[in-house]
Design a protein around this ligand. Structure first.
Ligand code: FEO
Length: 394
């Protein structure tokens, strides 16, 4: 239990050793489930809860904060890492009402079997008075579910945006102390679940512009007491025109033929002063790859041919990129085959959501020969030319 402002307390928990979220998202630094207690002169509100497996810690923090009564449980988002302890909270505080928007209310009923008569449904822009503190509800959907909203605590100028602006990071620090580390956690989180919805996020950012935000208290990671840092970062990430002179090269190789092609291409890109990040798919943290995909101008996927198609690791990567829809402008496929290959057609069809222009693929029969390496040099030249046209390369 730690104070953010007068009568505003952080009562959430850290999950230091969680290493995977949604059985998909790698969490090398754990995560946190932030919940906040706002005590007004007349009413008390709990903003979000925690993942159900950490309910006991939440209860301990509430007791330490002297929360002998809670009138409202504000639910910003129905996903269980924030809503999962609501049923226990309703048992502990039987007079409390859950406050949320109609979409989220429906989901809370469906996912947690909360009774509709335990929920007060609010509309966009509606306010809820706690006495000397006022909560205003702002719809900020699609960060990554359609029902997510934020709360604006006007008297203290604190925004509670739930997942939005959050970072998967377990830390003992209430506020951001290491901006670079927190930004990386936020970029990882944005890339892994929010990136496909960036047009909605642009709208959400616009909606927040009139607010004089002094503090952003998200539901994951430390509190931003310099909110401009994370707002500016998001503004760049969601801007379709902001890409970096960088090539992401995820690949898999069975007998080094594809790996040698990848290494040759990476050297060729470095010689042309193009930033590059190489990821050996079976052993890499794919979250790091996603961080790079947030703003890379180009991605080149490398795969050998196995059972006539692409290697399953490359298939997974293509499907993941297709789901995350990065703003990557150019893409390509390189790799090898023994006697025949359908992998280019297969991978191309799997990446249909990418709006990227495709380079001519470079495939080698067996280990690449001089002809193959010449084609890779040409690919590096083409990438440089395209990056120059974007105004991001010399
Ligand atoms: Fe942190 Fe979408 O839940």
């Amino acid at each position: 239990m730690r104070p953010l402002a007068d009568n505003v307390y952080a009562v959430g928990v850290q999950h230091w050793d969680r290493r995977l979220f949604d059985e998909l998202v790698p969490l090398p630094h754990g995560t946190s489930y932030n919940a906040y207690l706002v005590k007004g002169s007349e009413k008390t509100a709990l903003l979000d809860t925690v993942d159900p497996e950490k309910t006991e810690l939440l209860i301990g923090h509430l007791l330490k904060a002297g929360a002998d009564k809670i009138d409202y449980i504000i639910s910003h988002h129905a996903e269980q890492d924030h809503s999962g302890s609501i049923p226990d909270m309703l048992l502990m505080y039987p007079d409390a009402k859950v406050v949320t928007n109609p979409k989220c209310a429906k989901m809370l009923v469906e996912h947690l079997h909360i009774e509709m008569d335990q929920i007060i449904q609010i509309e966009e822009g509606q306010t809820l008075s706690l006495g000397d503190k006022t909560l205003e509800f702002i719809y900020t959907p699609w960060v990554h579910w359609p029902e997510t909203m934020s709360t604006w605590l006007a008297e203290d100028k604190i925004l509670f945006p739930c997942d939005f602006f959050g970072s998967h990071l377990a830390t003992g620090n209430l506020f951001v102390t290491d901006e670079a580390r927190t930004l990386e956690g936020a970029k990882r989180y944005y890339g892994e679940i929010m990136m496909p919805f960036r047009s909605s996020i642009r709208g959400n950012l616009k909606k927040l512009e009139p607010l004089d935000i002094q503090m952003i208290a998200p539901s994951h990671g430390p509190v931003w007491n310099k909110p401009g840092v994370i707002i500016d970062a998001y503004a760049e990430w969601v801007d379709e025109s902001v890409v970096v002179n960088k090539v992401v090269v995820p690949y898999v190789s069975m007998h080094e033929s594809t790996e040698k092609m990848v290494e040759y291409l990476v050297e060729a890109l470095i010689e042309r002063n193009i930033g590059v990040q190489q990821f050996n798919l079976p052993v890499s943290d794919l979250g790091e790859m996603v961080i790079e995909l947030v703003d890379a101008a180009t991605v080149i996927l490398g795969s050998p041919t196995v059972l006539v198609g692409a290697h399953p690791s490359a298939v997974y990567c293509a499907a993941l990129m297709n789901a995350l829809r990065p703003k990557t402008k150019y893409a390509g496929i390189i790799g090898s085959f023994g006697w025949g290959s359908k992998m280019v057609e297969q991978l191309t069809s799997l990446m249909g959501n990418l709006k990227a222009e495709m380079f001519e693929p470079v495939l080698a029969r067996g280990a690449a020969t001089e002809e193959g390496y010449t084609a890779l040099d040409e690919l590096a030249d083409n990438i440089l030319q395209k990056h120059r046209e974007l105004g991001i390369a010399q």
